[in-house]
Design a protein around this ligand. Sequence first.
Ligand code: UD1
Ligand code: CA
Length: 460
Amino acid sequence: MLAVAVLAAGKGTRMKSDLPKVLQPLAGATLVERVLASCSGLAPERQILIVGHQAERVEQSLAHRAGLEFVLQQPQNGTGHAVQQLLEPLANFEGELLVLNGDVPLLREQTIANLLEHHRSSGAAVTLLTARLNDPTGYGRVLTDKDGRVQAIVEQKDADAAQKAVRQINTGVVSADAATLRRWLAGLGNTNAQGEYYLTDIFAMAAGEGRPAQAVGCLSAGEADGANDALQLSVLERRYQRRQAEALMREGVRFADPSRVDIRGSVSAGMDVEVDVDVVFEGRVVLHDGVRIGPFCRLKDVELGAGSVVHAHCDFDGVQAGPDCVLGPFARLRPGTELAEGVHLGNFVESKKTRIGANSKANHLTYLGDAEIGAKVNVGAGTITCNYDGVNKSLTEIGDGAFIGSNSSLVAPVSIGAGATIGAGSVITKDAPADTLTVARAKQLSLNGWQRPAKKPKSP
Ligand code: UD1
Ligand code: CA
């Protein structure tokens, strides 16, 4: 039986933010979400979040996670005090308790699994995940005997000069036998520099009973770094982004510069995908073979069919595009945009809740909202679907092969028949028949004998 407890009650004073530390975002997800994700593959029987500072806000942010239990720590008197709050909810729990810090977001599941494996196979009462840092400032230092068994953990603020020089640090990840841990927790004191109950004091207790904890190292460097302030958070963000970019490059993605891409969600890519500089991916993005993304784009919840090209400066959110589409530069495609194959949407084209059939084009300066557009339609520059009367949204339908002249307003609800032609500058308020020219604009007049007013000559 495995229970996971994530410590997330602290204020995060060093972050200097109204937002609780564990709700600070890293690559589009909160720190605490990332911590929970790092252990969800281990299928724990119980998952408990210890909340305190702005508890409601933290709970709300995780309301979608079924099976997550919340335990309140009020006031927040340290990490040991936080785990003491589990004495009641886990009073009868037999098995292992895995403790994670809510501000250590880059831990890999394999590293946690490796810790648990060591813990189980050694039969130890408690096992500690450690890391070796060139600069251990701020972390608890792990003091070991000559066989590497943990004798104690000393916090930075309580450490003397020799202890500060120790580079092996406490990651905050602890696996312990629940029953033994309950006994140790009951004996914690708070005589230290911060006047807090430290979870880390259990390691001296374990050593004192002749059952010192085993120390297990992280599988990769830097994965257990905590995010205590804005600077550390930014370092972890870049590290995470590098990790994502490397994984995609191993799949064959060509980045013009892997340090100038941000992935705040998931990206999956086929072969021969190219991504130029300064592209931000959000949500779930799927790029099929041969997709090319130009510079300075944001793509959120987007799927692009094979061979599609996105030119520079596009903003897409909720877009499904078939193969061989050519989009942008400067296109803004909004939720509900569905494009069949070979669609071209050019500069300053905006779409929303619009389906467009194969090989249709709107190459310049157009708004398409709440529209059903057929195949091989040509939408001229400056065409607007007038879909909103201030209260209701209405549909514009355009049949296959229609040609919409430039600067036309299509006042919805309205339907343009297949093969219809709309004269430039028309304001279409009634359905336009198929295969017919419809023009709705004032007739052109030329007035014979009209004289342009002339200025009177100035008197000297
Ligand atoms: C803690 C460890 C330190 C370790 C480091 C790893 C202790 C005493 N220190 O230090 O040895 O090297 O993590 O990153 O354990 N929290 C609560 N309730 C509280 C206090 C904190 O839930 O009363 C939560 C915080 O929200 C945070 C986590 O516990 O998620 C760690 O607290 P933090 O104050 O960041 O501890 P560190 O000083 O980083
Ligand atoms: Ca911390």
